[in-house]
Design a binder for this molecule. Structure first.
Ligand code: THU
Length: 176
């Protein structure tokens, strides 16, 4: 296992002080993962074959491990009216939260194949809209959602959604 640290510098507009945000990322080879995480990655990889991506030819699969032991899976579903399609992460989390509204999602694994049909080399990272949905799903569950991003060169593990979405907007930001 290797450790990566992503560092972002943010300038506070009022004080003009700079703040540093550090994002710890663990990088594993497939063999270094524990059995449970390997299985979750395998489910996400399998789900890429259920993707409907005739337009982008980018097939994404996701697998969510729930606190009740169930695994819920999904894939990206495209549409001729492009914005009507949905990413694998949101398909999966909306399904998991519909099917089991009171059960936390403990981990979410994501895998992708590009138009060559091969799994991507560097891990496929969720889009901004999916990160926002992951954040809310994590808040509903009330416990950290681990994220596993599969790439043939390594698997990234993030320990919670905030690590994918620093300075995030949540319901708490609307409170007076
Ligand atoms: N896509 C996902 O399903 N998840 C991601 O993390 C990135 C992008 C989908 C959306 C679209 O169907 C295709 O990949 C190309 O953007």
């Amino acid at each position: 296992m290797q450790s990566l640290l992503y560092i972002c510098n943010i300038k506070d507009t009022e004080t003009m002080k700079e703040r540093k945000i550090e994002i710890p990322v663990k990088v594993y080879t497939y063999d270094e993962l524990n059995e449970g995480d390997r299985q979750l990655i395998d489910r996400a990889k399998e789900m890429t074959y259920h993707s409907y991506a005739p337009y982008s030819r980018f097939s994404v699969g996701a697998a969510a491990l729930l606190a009740n032991g169930e695994t819920v899976c999904g894939s990206n579903q495209e549409n001729a009216a492009y914005p009507s399609g949905l990413c694998a992460e949101r398909t999966t989390l909306f399904y998991a939260n519909s099917r089991y509204p009171d059960v936390a999602v403990k981990a979410l694994a994501i895998a992708a194949r590009n138009e060559s049909g091969k799994f991507v080399q560097s891990p496929c990272s969720p889009c901004g809209a999916c990160r926002q949905v992951m954040l809310e799903s994590q808040a509903r569950g009330g416990e950290p959602m681990r994220i596993l991003l599969y790439g043939t060169s390594g698997i990234y593990e993030l320990s919670c959604v905030e690590d994918l979405l620093p300075l995030c907007f949540t319901a708490a930001d609307m409170e007076v």
